[in-house]
Design a protein around this ligand. Structure first.
Ligand code: PLP
Length: 312
């Protein structure tokens, strides 16, 4: 493996690490304050297309080390898309089968991508992001498959697997510390399983306890795939942003910065913008989870004009 020439023996060698960090790009035309340097960390440039490559790889590697997969045993996982896409591609490259339990509201693009990546799909009636504890939620359905067919399925379970947090402590946190040369003052993230926020902030706060970690969450009744808000998480004091702005800001990032950012990145940008207008000075890093390509149908719903003028 050679990160200089970018020639690799297999796709796994491309996964992000301190030696091979995902890129950080400065925000220019949409910079909210000249005294606040703001960067986006582009997780869609990971080999399977999102921030979830990190957790998926850490979980799969541990399962392989423990001998929990292989010899006819594959994976079953509840997912709102990105974890499933990463896991499916990795599992298939290793020769394992995979079943993804997906909430119905997940964008069509993600469902089709899961199938293209090789997952068998179980679409269930559930919230946009699977919610632990719900009787018929996708988490419990995946658990029941893993229990009833233990020889066929092992379940990584991103919602309860410590590797989801450790992945970010080992990679995302150290990458940001090194890429900013320790200058980072603000970290802006979103919340799904909370693996990103927990692992990255645990590492960075260990280096400098005064770093501010801002978790941006969408308003009630939101439609931002991959994310949860306060009521869905059962926590409070997080930063709330009108969810439709996720789409408007994603569009603006695409058309102003050349950053083809997805809706959760748009939401994170809006949260960062509001905090920067308040704090004025600093060095911020936003973790942009994935790009816009999986969300064209959501964008058509929320951005006027995209759904029309597409026919002769
Ligand atoms: C598009 C998108 N944004 C943000 C997140 C949040 O990441 P995490 O699960 O690490 O909290 C996810 C994860 O599921 C996601 O798919």
């Amino acid at each position: 493996m050679n990160h200089q020439t970018r020639v690799y023996n297999d796709i796994f060698e491309m996964l992000p690490s301190e030696e091979n960090p995902s890129p950080m790009v400065r925000i220019n035309r949409m910079s909210p304050s000249p005294d606040f340097e703001l960067h986006a960390k582009l997780e869609w440039l990971n080999p399977f297309g999102s921030v979830k490559d990190r957790a998926a790889w850490a979980m799969l590697r541990e399962m392989e080390e423990k001998g929990e997969v292989g010899h006819g045993r594959g994976l079953v996982e509840p997912t709102s898309g990105n974890t499933g896409i990463s896991l499916a591609a990795m599992a298939k490259a290793r020769g394992y089968h995979i079943r993804a339990v997906v909430p119905n509201k997940v964008p069509l693009e993600k469902k089709v991508l899961l199938k293209i990546a090789g997952a068998e799909l179980d679409v269930v009636n559930d919230a946009l992001c699977p919610a632990p504890g719900l009787g018929d939620g996708s988490i419990n359905i995946a658990k029941s498959h893993a229990k009833a067919q233990a020889k066929k399925y092992a379940m990584p379970n991103q919602y309860e697997n410590e590797q989801n947090v450790l992945a970010h402590m080992r990679t995302t946190g150290p990458e940001i510390w090194r890429q900013t040369e320790g200058k980072v003052t603000h970290l802006f993230v979103s919340l799904g399983t909370c693996g990103t926020v927990s692992g990255t902030s645990r590492f960075l706060k260990g280096k400098n306890s005064s770093i501010k970690v801002i978790a941006v969450q969408p308003t009630e009744g939101h439609d931002v795939p991959g994310l949860r808000n306060v009521s869905q998480l059962g926590v409070s004091k997080l930063f709330e942003v009108e969810y439709k702005l996720a789409y408007a800001r994603a569009m603006e990032l695409c058309q102003t910065e050349g950053l083809l950012a997805g809706p959760s990145s748009g939401l994170i940008y809006e949260g960062a913008r509001e905090i920067i207008l308040r704090d004025k000075k600093g060095f911020g890093v936003m973790i942009f989870p994935d790009n816009i390509f999986k969300y064209t149908s959501n964008m058509m719903k929320h951005i006027p004009g995209l759904a029309t003028g597409n026919e002769a």
